[in-house]
Design a protein around this ligand. Structure first.
Ligand code: SF4
Length: 326
């Protein structure tokens, strides 16, 4: 496969085919730098050398009825994590101010749970209205399965983007979750788009899925019109059913980021959870495909911190994207 030719096709407005996408994942390590160069040509066209930083606020932790096999907040998990009910409006707003001080472009308010009760949505909307008055930040919320009225309320309150990951392929989904379906997740993605919010939807890799499942996910997200695609890498959590799995190799993580870039060329691709654990010193190479990352940690695990992230971004010749450039 000539990777430069594939990049040129994508840059000319063509689409990578499923066969080409699979070939990316199956390619040998010797091709990795050429592939990264191809992904970078596409990334540079749409996003230059900017890196959008996102900060997560875990506004409700644990106590979840669902059984997602990877998640330490699930009812099926036995690990020790901090568990708490929905934070106050004041705490969520304070988190936004802290995110702004960390140079975040986007503040992501996440709660555990299958679907939010209406009173939770109302409280989140109150917090979002206050944040929009006080802090120059884009806001994403991730509250679980959503209905049309709730989506409309969030949009009206000022939510820019809603996160709901498809997580994996339709074929593999039942292997990692039995309490809700892939179709439930697709339905929420549609509700989000119909309400006029941007859709953030991605997945988690390394759960035992095949290369074909990863390709299916990349194409399903294109079909769903995902505006932002977080690509997470499983860092197995103690006490979860996936605790014994091996992490993906850095090369496999990089090939996955390249796949998502080439299939979803002009979409925000985020090197998300598991970045530090799975890519280690190779994470800087991920920036040649991805144009976004979380800083300051994840839902239940810490990251390497803003100072180290900044050094990595700037030493490789990238720049943090500011709110005025977005
Ligand atoms: S619904 Fe969300 S919080 Fe609940 S187990 Fe699944 S991923 Fe975890």
């Amino acid at each position: 496969m000539n990777w430069k030719t594939l990049a040129e096709k994508v840059l000319a407005g063509g689409n990578a085919t499923r066969e080409e996408a699979l070939a990316v994942l199956e390619s040998p390590d010797d091709d990795l730098l050429v592939l990264l160069d191809a992904a970078f040509a596409v990334r540079r066209r749409f996003f230059g050398r900017g890196v959008a930083l996102h900060v997560i606020q875990n506004a409700q932790s644990g106590l979840c009825s669902e059984d997602c096999a990877y998640c330490s907040q699930s009812s099926a998990a036995e690990g020790s994590i901090e568990r708490y009910r929905l934070q106050s409006v004041g705490e969520i707003v304070q988190g936004a101010h802290a995110a702004h001080r960390l140079d975040a472009l986007r503040y992501c308010v996440v709660i555990s749970g299958r679907a939010p009760p209406d009173k939770t949505v109302e409280k989140i909307c109150e917090a979002v209205r206050q944040i929009k008055r006080e802090v120059p930040l884009q806001i994403c919320t991730s509250l679980g399965l959503l209905d049309k009225d709730q989506a409309r309320q969030l949009k009206q309150a000022g939510v820019d983007r809603y996160n709901h990951n498809l997580e994996t392929s339709e074929r593999f989904f039942d292997s990692i979750c039995t309490t809700h379906t892939y179709a439930d997740r697709v339905a929420t993605a549609r509700v989000v788009k119909a309400a006029g919010m941007e859709l953030c939807s991605g997945g988690l890799l390394g759960m035992g899925e095949t290369f074909q499942d990863r390709v299916d996910l990349a194409f399903a997200l294109r079909e769903a019109g995902a505006d932002s695609i977080p690509v997470n890498f499983l860092d197995p959590r103690p006490g979860t059913p996936l605790a014994g799995r091996q992490r993906l190799s850095p090369s496999d993580c990089l090939r996955a980021l390249i796949l998502f870039r080439l299939v979803n060329s002009d979409r925000e691709i985020r090197m998300a959870g598991g970045r530090e654990a799975c890519l280690g010193p190779m994470q800087v190479l991920g920036l040649f495909a991805a144009n976004s990352m979380f800083t300051n940690g994840y839902l239940t695990t810490p990251g390497q911190g803003l100072a180290a992230d900044r050094v990595m971004i700037e030493s490789a010749g990238f720049q943090v994207t500011s709110i005025t450039q977005a």
